[in-house]
Design a protein around this ligand. Structure first.
Ligand code: NIG
Ligand code: FE
Length: 397
């Protein structure tokens, strides 16, 4: 008899198509026990459990993972958007004290409670799309106190969504702060390391140099933080190869990545995090996806959600854009928002469905008139609201 699912044990059956992280399974069921997946297989051979949920032909996905966001911020950048579509460049606006600097001013002015409320509202919109794990960076504080405030707010906003925090003090140089990198690696890092899972640097023209980025990442690594980097986005710097050589989990953006960077990433197992929202908004060229594929570099997809270069919270939209703008296949896009995104965050327990995986699962109905096939969710451009979501085995939508 059908009953309300509980956190302890539940069988979800009647899933028309299920993306497991590596393949599409037809007529599937998932057995959740104690917050984890105990079994995945055909509905007809599903074990019985004290509670069950009839998916009634829905499409099933592991909880989606967004591996790169700047979700915790205050203020608006609508004026920047108008300047950019009128022809001004992102870097010119940044170097003139606008761009990231205007978000820094608004974020410093906001209280921690205000940042928690904004972050929660944004995470709720993501969860409604089936996204159950979100990486969030600091980087709009740029003082030890303001960076720590952002990271605390991001962590407080977690639940039911899992939040992975990244310290990004080296996001922009406050005007006139010549010793800024010294402050990032001393007082900011000391204050922020206990609040962060990882560390990131924006290595680019108008941001931080390769040598500065290496210094910041080495300091974070010494404290046990996971390494990531904003690399080869606006200008080529060699950042991806440098970060890979330090064992970075991911190198992100990569629009100007070269062969040496690809080889270094392949050798180190560094995930390429592709951010088609920023590519579209900044009208950048595509990262070298064919070469990444040929080299066997795993590709993940993030929203890069931020108010400037990627005001996008919908990871499904980014999966579709990765196919259209960058040339990913549908299966690569599905892996990019699940299993490879989890790997980019150093969370191999999620982004896939099989025995031992975290009990994070989302069910979707296809658009009206479409078959209940996983690929349809990539074909249609975003807006897919999950019918039901489980996080750690517990039904949250
Ligand atoms: O990933 N490129 C640097 N950081 C962000 C943009 C942040 C902003 O414009 O506020 C990015 O694109
Ligand atoms: Fe970013």
């Amino acid at each position: 008899m059908a009953s309300e699912p509980t956190a302890s044990e539940c069988v979800i059956h009647g899933i028309r198509e299920l993306w497991t992280g590596s393949e599409v399974l037809g007529d599937a069921a998932v057995h959740l026990v104690g917050g984890r997946v105990a079994w995945v297989g055909r509905s007809s051979s599903a074990p019985s459990a004290p509670s069950s949920y009839d998916a009634a032909g829905a499409i099933g996905m592991p909880g989606l993972v967004d591996p790169h966001t700047h979700t915790t911020f205050a203020g608006s950048r609508a004026r920047d958007f108008e300047r950019r579509i009128a022809g001004e460049s992102y870097t010119a606006i940044l170097e003139a004290g606008g761009g990231i600097h205007s978000t820094v001013a608004a974020t410093r002015a906001a209280s921690e409670d205000e940042l928690v409320a904004l972050t929660r509202a944004r995470l709720a919109a993501m969860l409604a799309r089936g996204v159950t794990t979100v990486e969030i960076k600091s980087g709009y504080g740029l003082t030890a106190e303001d960076e720590a405030k952002m990271l605390r707010a991001a962590r407080r906003a977690a639940g039911p969504t899992d939040v992975v925090t990244t310290f990004l003090g080296a996001h922009a140089r406050p005007p006139g702060a010549d010793d800024y990198v010294d402050r990032v690696v001393t007082e900011q890092l000391a204050r922020c390391a206990p609040l962060a899972d990882g560390i990131d640097v924006y290595c680019d023209r108008g941001a931080f140099t390769l040598a500065e980025a290496e210094r910041v990442l080495r300091a974070g690594k010494a404290l046990g933080l996971d390494l990531r980097i904003h690399a080869e986005q606006v200008a080529y710097t060699g950042a991806a190869a440098m970060a890979a050589s330090l064992g970075a989990l991911s190198a992100d953006h990569l629009e100007r990545l070269d062969a040496a960077g690809i080889a270094a990433m392949a050798a180190a197992g560094t995930v390429a995090v592709l951010l088609p929202g920023a590519m579209l908004y900044l009208r950048d060229p595509s990262p070298p996806v064919a070469a990444l594929r040929a080299a066997g570099v795993p590709m993940a997809i993030g929203t890069d959600f931020n108010p400037g270069s990627s005001p996008v919270t919908d990871l499904w939209t980014c999966a579709t854009l990765a196919c259209l703008l960058m040339g990913l296949t549908v299966h690569e896009a599905l892996a990019g928002i699940t299993v490879h995104a989890a790997r980019a965050l150093g969370r191999p327990d999620r982004g896939w469905l099989g025995p031992g995986a975290l009990g994070d699962l989302a069910l979707f109905d296809p658009p009206p008139g479409e078959p209940a096939e996983v690929r349809v969710l990539v074909q249609y451009l975003g807006g897919h609201r999950a019918r039901a979501v489980w996080k750690g085995g517990r039904r949250v939508i």
